[in-house]
Design a protein around this ligand. Structure first.
Ligand SMILES: Nc1ncnc2c1ncn2[C@@H]1O[C@H](COP(=O)(O)OP(=O)(O)OP(=O)(O)O)[C@@H](O)[C@H]1O
Ligand SMILES: CC(C)(CO)[C@@H](O)C(=O)[O-]
Ligand code: BAL
Length: 302
């Protein structure tokens, strides 16, 4: 089979996985690197920040995949309703200088009889995994497939999906993938709401309520030096102002999502339902005396 046409400087889209593999193999053959930005489409400024960071790498072709992965949605979740504005997304990719768009069909990635999946280990059943059983097996399976198809030197993921980022880094370590995973800080609206494709589901009133998620995280992080109990109590107090927001969890963990340290860096994570829309968010927190260390003193609450 001849390698599909690929010239630098314009967007090329491919649907069959084999074509993408051929192109990236050819790019590697001439000494280029490949950076992958996996997405489910409905591209917003959060995705665009991942692309922008990837484009900073020298001698590197940026590939973006758009695939709403059925394997990571449970029964009753929004797989069918998930926004799929493909034409608009392709315009964004062109505008942002992405050169390779990978748009597989579900039958390309999950042909009849496909049965082997990636097991995330115990962390896959906690936090998001406790509310969405099987979600992370679906995420890790599709990410492993994307990595094997594209063979990226770098892959970019947002901290907005913090548990996903931690689990993907763990998969790369545990299964010896040859890809460097890079986490990108969460891009927010001016009022603090984390950008998310699911924000389009919110009515104006719910959009107003949704601000409380980031407000609670920021308030909690601000009192980090007073310890874990103070962080959680402060965040809960902020959340109480918006009783329409139903909390799935509010947890303080270590940066690897193990137990939070008494003194040092931690992560405060929240998931909540605003009407029928489920939103997640998280921030870094510095706990105890470590908060007074000059390195951290300036970024409490960020
Ligand atoms: N606000 C954001 N800031 C930084 N990265 C983000 C942001 N939102 C999403 N991402 C990242 O973009 C990648 C693709 O995410 P995805 O396509 O699921 O978008 P999403 O907005 O997170 O959608 P959803 O509504 O399903 O959460 C993921 O690595 C995700 O963490
Ligand atoms: C990583 C991902 C593209 C896998 O489907 C998805 O979970 C997402 O968009 O965060
Ligand atoms: N951004 C994570 C994808 C999901 O919620 O399924």
């Amino acid at each position: 089979m001849t390698t599909p046409k690929f010239a630098r400087g314009t967007l090329h889209t491919f649907q069959p996985p084999e074509q993408v593999s051929q192109v990236t193999r050819a790019l590697h053959g001439v000494g280029r690197k490949v950076a992958l930005v996996p997405t489910m489409g409905a591209l917003h400024a959060g995705h665009r920040e991942l692309i922008r960071r990837a484009r900073r790498l020298p001698n590197t072709v940026v590939a973006t995949s758009i695939f709403v992965n059925p394997l990571q949605f449970g029964e009753g979740e929004d797989f069918e309703a998930y926004p799929r504005p493909l034409d608009k997304d392709l315009e964004v990719l062109k505008e942002d200088g992405v050169e390779l768009g990978f748009l597989p069909k579900a039958s390309d990635l999950y042909p009849e009889g496909a049965a082997v999946t990636v097991r995330p280990g115990p962390l896959g059943d906690e936090l998001e995994g406790a509310v969405r059983p099987g979600h992370f097996a679906g995420v890790l399976t599709v990410v492993a497939k994307l990595f094997n198809i594209v063979r990226p030197d770098y892959a970019f993921f947002g901290e907005k999906d913090y548990q996903q980022l931690v689990l993907i880094k763990k998969m790369v370590r545990d299964l010896n993938f040859d890809t460097r995973v890079i986490g990108v800080p969460t891009v927010r609206e001016r009022d603090g709401l984390a950008l998310s494709s699911r924000n389009v589901y919110l009515t104006p009133e719910q959009r107003e309520d949704a601000i409380v998620l980031s407000a609670a995280l920021t308030a909690g992080a601000f009192v980090g030096r007073d310890g874990a109990d103070a962080v959680l109590a402060t965040a809960r107090q902020t959340l109480a102002a918006r009783p329409a927001v139903e909390i799935d969890y509010l947890e303080l963990r270590g940066t690897d999502l193990g137990p939070a340290p008494v003194d040092g860096e931690a992560r405060l994570l929240i998931a909540a339902r605003v009407g029928s829309t489920r939103l997640i968010d998280n921030v870094g927190v510095v706990l105890g005396a470590a908060a007074d260390h000059p390195e951290h003193a300036l970024d409490a609450g960020e």
